[in-house]
Design a binder for this molecule. Structure first.
Ligand code: GLC
Length: 446
C-alpha cells in the first residue's frame, strides 16, 4: 500500500517532533500500518473519505455502559475479578434518564468538537444497542430502549459526525475466551461479532466511524477481519475504520499520548485517568492542558478524541462539563486555526506551540512571558504579525537567529493560550541547529 501523503509531508516527518503538554514524546518515523498487512481500502478512496475527519480534528469519545453504574472504571469487572453472574445484575440497574445523550452532544458542539464516538459494547459485553443476538442489551434489560439510537439521533441533531466504538474482546460471552483454543467456539463467537457489526452498520443509517477495540484473544485471520471490514464497507461505503481489528485500515490510534504518524492518526485521551466513570478519580487535566494537547495534535495533522465518562444515569461529571466549557470558550475564538491546520515544521519553544496554514504561522503561547515573545531559528522572513483573532497589529524585530514580537500586553490576553498570527514569506520552517552552530561566539568573551 502506498502512502496517501505527498512527498513534502513524507520529507517533513524527519522534522516533525510532537510533544504532549506534559512530556516530550518520540516521533514515529515509520508507516506502521502500511507495513503490517492487508487492508480493505485504497489510498485514493481514503483521501476522499477522510477529508471531513481531517478538518474535524476534535471529537468526543463517550464511555458508557454497566460500569458507569459501578463508578469504578470500565475495567472493574476484570480487575476486581467480579463473577459474571454477579456483574450482569448491573443490567437491572442501568437505566439512564431519557435522552441523556442530548447533553453530551450539546457539550461536544459547545467545545468545538465535530464528531463523537460512543461505546456500543465495551469489554464487559453488555450491548447498548438493540441486537437480535443476545438478551444482554439495553432494550431487553432495565433501560428498555436502544441507547445507541438515542446517542445517534442526539449527535446528528447537533450536526456531529457519528462513530461507534465496538469492543471485540468480550468478558461475558461464553465463547469470548475459549474461542482461542476451540474451533467450534471460535466459529460461534466470530459469527456473533460479525453479526453485531452488521447490525450496527445496518440499523442506524449513515455511520461515519467504526472504532474497534481490543482484539484479544484472536489474530486478524481468526477474527476474519478482512471479511468483516469488507462487509462493513459494503454496508457503509464512506465509513472510516480504525486499526484495532488488527488490520491497518484508515487511521491509527495512539492512546493516552500524542504521537505523529505518517498515516492518518487520532490520539484518544481521557480528561482524568479513566475512560468509564470513576467517581474517585480526581486527576483532572486543566482546560489549558486540553487546549495544548489539541494544538499539539493540530500541529502534527492529527486528531484529538477526548473522552467523557458519564455516570450511570447518563449525566456528565461536573468537572468534565466545566473543562469542556472552558475549552469551548477558547475554541469559539480560535477554531479555524485548529480545523484548518496543516502539518507544521516549526516546533521549538518552551513557552509556545505552533500550527500552520499556508505561509501563516500561528504561535500558541501557553506560558505568557510578558511584553515580548521571542522565537528562535525561524528560517523565513516575517512579513507581518498580529494578535489572533482580534487582528491587532504586533510590532516585530527580526535578526538572523531571532524574531521578537514586541509591545504585547504584560498579562496574557487569553486566559488559556494566546495566539499570534505571523505571515511568513514561505512555508514556516525552523533551524535550531543553525543557532547552535553559527551564532556568533568570537569577540564576546568576558
Ligand atoms: C483501552 C482500554 C479501554 C478503552 C480504550 C480506549 O483499550 O482497554 O478500556 O476503552 O483503551 O482507547
Amino acid at each position: 500500500m502506498q502512502s496517501s501523503f505527498k512527498p513534502s509531508r513524507r520529507a517533513l516527518l524527519g522534522t516533525l517532533g510532537v510533544t504532549a503538554a506534559s512530556a516530550a514524546l518520540p516521533v514515529s518515523l515509520f508507516a506502521q500500518a502500511e507495513k503490517s498487512g492487508p487492508t480493505t481500502s485504497t489510498v485514493a478512496d481514503r483521501d476522499r473519505r477522510m477529508k471531513w475527519w481531517h478538518e474535524a480534528r476534535f471529537g468526543m469519545f463517550v464511555h458508557f455502559g454497566l460500569y458507569s453504574v459501578l463508578g469504578r472504571h470500565e475495567w472493574a469487572m476484570e480487575e476486581e475479578g467480579i463473577p459474571v453472574a454477579e456483574y450482569q445484575q448491573l443490567a437491572k440497574a442501568f437505566n439512564p434518564k431519557p435522552f441523556a445523550a442530548r447533553a453530551w452532544a450539546k457539550l461536544a458542539k459547545q467545545a468545538g468538537m465535530k464528531y463523537m464516538v460512543m461505546t456500543t459494547k465495551h469489554h464487559e459485553g453488555f450491548c447498548n444497542f438493540d441486537t437480535k443476538l443476545t438478551n444482554y442489551c439495553a432494550p431487553k434489560q432495565a433501560a428498555g430502549r436502544d441507547l445507541v439510537r438515542e446517542y445517534y439521533e442526539a449527535a446528528r441533531s447537533e450536526g456531529m459526525h457519528v462513530g461507534f466504538y465496538y469492543s471485540l474482546m468480550d468478558w461475558h460471552h461464553p465463547d469470548g475466551a475459549r474461542c482461542a483454543t476451540d474451533e467450534a467456539a471460535r466459529r460461534r463467537f466470530v459469527d456473533y461479532i460479525h453479526g453485531q457489526v452488521r447490525e450496527l452498520c445496518t440499523n442506524y443509517g449513515k455511520l461515519d466511524i467504526l472504532w474497534y477495540d481490543v482484539a484479544w484473544p484472536l489474530s486478524a485471520e481468526q477474527w476474519e477481519s478482512v471479511k468483516m471490514n469488507k462487509m462493513v464497507r459494503q454496508l457503509q461505503p464512506d465509513i472510516l475504520i480504525n486499526n484495532r481489528a488488527k488490520i491497518p485500515e484508515d487511521f491509527t490510534t495512539p492512546e493516552q499520548h500524542i504521537q505523529a504518524f505518517q498515516e492518518p492518526w487520532e490520539a484518544c485521551m481521557t480528561m482524568n485517568d479513566s475512560w468509564g466513570y470513576q467517581a474517585a478519580d480526581d486527576d483532572w487535566k486543566s482546560p489549558k492542558t486540553i487546549v495544548r494537547n489539541l494544538v499539539t495534535c493540530a500541529r502534527g495533522y492529527g486528531n484529538y478524541l477526548l473522552n467523557i465518562g458519564p455516570k450511570g444515569d447518563g449525566s456528565i461529571p461536573d468537572e468534565s462539563t466545566e473543562i469542556l466549557t472552558n475549552v469551548g470558550r477558547w475554541m469559539d475564538r480560535h477554531a479555524p486555526v485548529i480545523h484548518e491546520a496543516e502539518l507544521c515544521k516549526v516546533r521549538s519553544s518552551q513557552l509556545a506551540n505552533f500550527t500552520r496554514n499556508g505561509n501563516k504561522l500561528y504561535i500558541h503561547v501557553h506560558f505568557w512571558p510578558g511584553q515580548t515573545v521571542s522565537i528562535g531559528g525561524l528560517t523565513n522572513k516575517v512579513l507581518s504579525a498580529k494578535l489572533y483573532p482580534d487582528g491587532k497589529p504586533v510590532t516585530f524585530h527580526q535578526e538572523e537567529f531571532r524574531v521578537q514580537f514586541m509591545g504585547l500586553p504584560a498579562i496574557s490576553p487569553d486566559p488559556l493560550v494566546t495566539v499570534l498570527e505571523v505571515e511568513c514569506d514561505g512555508e514556516p520552517n525552523q533551524d535550531m541547529l543553525n543557532i547552535r552552530k553559527n551564532r556568533k561566539r568570537e569577540g564576546v568573551g568576558i
